[in-house]
Design a protein around this ligand. Sequence first.
Ligand SMILES: *[C@@H]1O[C@H](CO)[C@@H](O)[C@H](O)[C@H]1NC(C)=O
Ligand SMILES: *[C@@H]1O[C@H](CO)[C@@H](O)[C@H](O)[C@H]1NC(C)=O
Ligand SMILES: *[C@@H]1O[C@H](CO)[C@@H](O)[C@H](O)[C@H]1NC(C)=O
Ligand SMILES: *[C@@H]1O[C@H](CO)[C@@H](O)[C@H](O)[C@H]1NC(C)=O
Ligand SMILES: *[C@@H]1O[C@H](CO)[C@@H](O)[C@H](O)[C@H]1NC(C)=O
Ligand SMILES: *[C@@H]1O[C@H](CO)[C@@H](O)[C@H](O)[C@H]1NC(C)=O
Ligand SMILES: *[C@@H]1O[C@H](CO)[C@@H](O)[C@H](O)[C@H]1NC(C)=O
Length: 452
Amino acid sequence: MKSTVANALAVLSTAAVVAVSACGTEREFAVIRRDAIARRQAAAARPTDVASEQQITDPAQECAIYNYPPVASLLAQKVFPPIWQIANLSTANSEAVSLFQSLNGSIPNIAPRGTPTGNFTGVNYNGVEDPDCWWTWKQCHTPKVAGIPPDIYNIPEPNTWGHNAFYDYLYQQKQKATLFYIGSNVMDWPLQAQRGISDGHEICAHTWSHHMTSLTNEQVFAELYYSKKAIKDVMGMTVQCWRPPYGDVDDRVRYIAQALGMRTIIWSDNTFDYQVSTLGAAAVEANYQTVINGGKNGTYNSNGTIVLTHELNNDTMSIMVQNYASIKAAFSHVAPIHVALNSTMPYVETGYTYPNFAQWTAGTTSISLASPTAASSDITLAIPLSSGASGSISASVAHSTAGSAQAAAASASETAKAHSGAGSNRLTEGPIGAVVAAVVGALGAGAMVVMA
Ligand SMILES: *[C@@H]1O[C@H](CO)[C@@H](O)[C@H](O)[C@H]1NC(C)=O
Ligand SMILES: *[C@@H]1O[C@H](CO)[C@@H](O)[C@H](O)[C@H]1NC(C)=O
Ligand SMILES: *[C@@H]1O[C@H](CO)[C@@H](O)[C@H](O)[C@H]1NC(C)=O
Ligand SMILES: *[C@@H]1O[C@H](CO)[C@@H](O)[C@H](O)[C@H]1NC(C)=O
Ligand SMILES: *[C@@H]1O[C@H](CO)[C@@H](O)[C@H](O)[C@H]1NC(C)=O
Ligand SMILES: *[C@@H]1O[C@H](CO)[C@@H](O)[C@H](O)[C@H]1NC(C)=O
Ligand SMILES: *[C@@H]1O[C@H](CO)[C@@H](O)[C@H](O)[C@H]1NC(C)=O
């Protein structure tokens, strides 16, 4: 919305880059990366099941990363890049390398831009023509390169909203969300990641180490590949959607994502909650109120919205909780993104079926599994690791481009809307867009829910 865009630009022009960590402390993004290896080396063993992890309510304890033996083994074998380091193909399997090589010649010839930490100062770009459909510049959603589907950024269903959510709160509310997981955090908090699917949320990827258009083709590929692989190996599903960190995507990055079978999801409204420490809670609250007012006054009567919020710390979660009842009152329904798009099988694996929008509005909010291991209610499904072999983690994952056709088909019903907005030389989203979450106030989880 215009007001939030204006707000963002005002903030961006005055605020330093502030990184909000997953566990309530503010840190520079660089510090998070710098500490990642040491934190992993210091990791201790913890309970090895989702239920035990759910009992941990002390944020300090919960936020400590831990060694889950199957994940520790994958990391020791260097099946994955180092946590929170920009991913390269150096550790990739031959399947990934050959897939990248098959793409290498056809990737749109767009140079990497800016720095890995999102400093675009001095970047020259034809902002009038926006030749690369660079979202960061002016929120372009419709690729200029042929064959790439437009980004999903709103919902055809009217009066629909997307937001971030927290496991426990959503659990109590029986509310499902679309969660965007950073691969490095999936490895650091694998059992919290598993809870996301066992609670019945939709899962998408959010890169390996939270970078994008500054990276080389190989790094973009690896960032997406390893985030997808982390989710597959730890949680069992092959995701077909991702959200770019900061929304920083252009046609080169979209092309590589599509080749990996991943549809790009953006947002149409932003609460800027990740900047709460610099903006103040009142400003974030006002951004929520703008969207809630829009829900009441007919702004979303044609199309519902996807709203970006974060589950980073107590402030961002508290503001969401405080507004949840108002959101429910202002919008007709609240549903995950793929539910609102009638995309009932969002993963390559067909064992996970979500309700379509009509089923959702009729009251079915649970995920249906081909072989649920414990289905006492819609929020207590226990899903075995790797969608099959309980207790084991598959170290290999088939990354085919099969998802692309499905994504392209889904795109047929999507029409992108040109958002107007001034360009900025600064990325517009907090550095940890999505982190796996467990308990309110502790780990953060990036999520978007559609509220219709
Ligand atoms: C990835 O490649 C870049 C460029 O060669 C290098 O600077 C970086 O250290 C590599 N990262 C890892 C984790 O190997
Ligand atoms: C991709 O292509 C570039 C130039 O065309 C080449 O330098 C590079 O080695 C290729 N990368 C891989 C991993 O094959
Ligand atoms: C961004 O890059 C410019 C030019 O390289 C530099 O002068 C500036 O200090 C950088 N800003 C930050 C916040 O690092
Ligand atoms: C709203 O959704 C309809 C149905 O998908 C679509 O045709 C239309 O372009 C959308 N409008 C906007 C502004 O996104
Ligand atoms: C609806 O509310 C939004 C948000 O406060 C505002 O920007 C918009 O102008 C309002 N529209 C109407 C028709 O009142
Ligand atoms: C979290 O935020 C809420 C609402 O502002 C506040 O009441 C509560 O004391 C905070 N909790 C912690 C642990 O800071
Ligand atoms: C979802 O299906 C319903 C019918 O059940 C239809 O009215 C609606 O337009 C569909 N939405 C999309 C995005 O295809």
